[in-house]
Design a protein around this ligand. Structure first.
Ligand SMILES: [Zn+2]
Length: 69
């Protein structure tokens, strides 16, 4: 078993089958991280633009609900 360091909280994360590009969630701080290097194991943040789009849709929806009142 290999162990990487979470870039967010610095805790050890166990990786059963590490490979470059593997994305996982830190069990300690819930941050999405990605394996970028295998020897040694190196982890980095996952930057996902799709999350911003979902936030926008939620805000629009809440505004519509307020107008109904
Ligand atoms: Zn973490």
């Amino acid at each position: 078993m290999d162990i990487g360091i979470c870039p967010s909280c610095g805790d050890d994360i166990k990786l059963r089958t590490p490979r470059v590009g593997l994305q996982l969630r830190c069990p300690y701080c819930d941050a999405w991280i990605e394996v970028i290097e295998l020897d040694p194991i190196e982890l980095d943040w996952v930057y996902d633009d799709d999350w911003d789009d979902e936030d926008w849709e939620e805000e629009d929806w809440e505004e519509e609900e307020e107008q109904d009142y």
